[in-house]
Write a protein that binds this ligand. Structure first.
Ligand code: ADP
Length: 243
């Protein structure tokens, strides 16, 4: 009887291992593809820029696109680091001064071309919270950089971050008046490698990591958005330590 049971357990574990390996292969395949795409683009552009007779204005244009690929690679590598960090790191609790915290994120994302004509605002009064600094940074960094990336480019484009303590915990909202998201995609966007359009430079990992980090902190995330009307992501994180 116990021998049967252990054979059954072995078979189940074997099947699980096989499925994990398949998933890992898929992951490595997607990751290497996403790493290679910007590298190939840069190699091509550098070759063109080096061509004798390429006018300086054209070289400048190539540099602009090379810079875009560098940003894309940088974001992707950071996503991968965050992905593994979220899995392995213990939950910690540090004092976080929210306004300063969000302003530092705004400042660090200032290098994004899309951020140039945006109004970046913190709407809430000063608030000190106890929380998991690294995961909260992962969450807000991703939501804010998306709000910047998917801005409409309009003159009055903005990204607003607000936060408050509620009965359920710390509530943080990241709102923009950018291109927005059709309701049919509201659940899909949190899936690994999911992108609504292949036009952008994103990897489709950002919101997956956000959701994983929110889950780890036993929190909740929701989105309100429609095309052309901007997007608002709300995260609620239980007070530290998570219950
Ligand atoms: P990506 O790396 O493509 O940005 P994410 O997982 O962060 O991947 O987001 C998934 C998709 O959700 C994006 O490809 C984009 O289409 C959409 N999206 C995310 N945030 C916003 C936003 N603030 N406004 C409009 N679309 C968004």
């Amino acid at each position: 009887m116990s021998q049967n049971l252990s054979t059954e357990t072995l078979q189940r574990e074997n099947a699980q291992l096989k499925s994990d390996i398949k998933e890992l292969e898929q992951f490595v395949h997607t990751v290497s593809h996403d790493l290679k795409a910007p590298l190939h683009s840069m190699m091509g552009l550098i070759g063109l820029a080096n061509h004798p007779g390429t006018p300086p204005e054209t070289v400048k244009e190539y540099l602009f696109h090379i810079n875009k690929s560098v940003v894309q690679l940088n974001t992707f590598v950071q996503d991968l680091i965050n992905y593994t960090r979220n899995i392995s790191m213990d939950i910690s609790g540090e004092k976080i001064q929210m306004t300063q915290f969000v302003n530092d994120i705004f400042q660090n994302l200032g290098y994004l071309v899309e951020a140039e004509n945006l109004r970046l605002e913190v709407e809430s009064p000063n608030l000190d919270v106890m929380g998991d600094y690294v995961r909260l940074k992962m969450i807000l960094n991703n939501l804010i950089s998306n709000a910047i990336f998917y801005s409409s480019g309009a003159k009055d484009a903005f990204v607003k971050v607000s936060f408050e303590n509620t009965a359920e915990g710390l509530k943080v909202k990241v709102a923009d008046n950018g291109i927005g998201i059709d309701e049919q995609y509201h659940h899909q966007i949190f899936k690994m490698f999911y992108r609504i359009s292949s036009d952008g430079t994103g990897s489709g990992l950002g919101l997956y990591i956000v959701k994983e980090a929110v889950d780890k902190l036993k929190g909740k995330i929701s989105v309100e958005s429609s095309p052309g009307k901007g997007a608002a992501f709300t995260v609620i994180l239980p007070f530290f330590p998570p219950q």
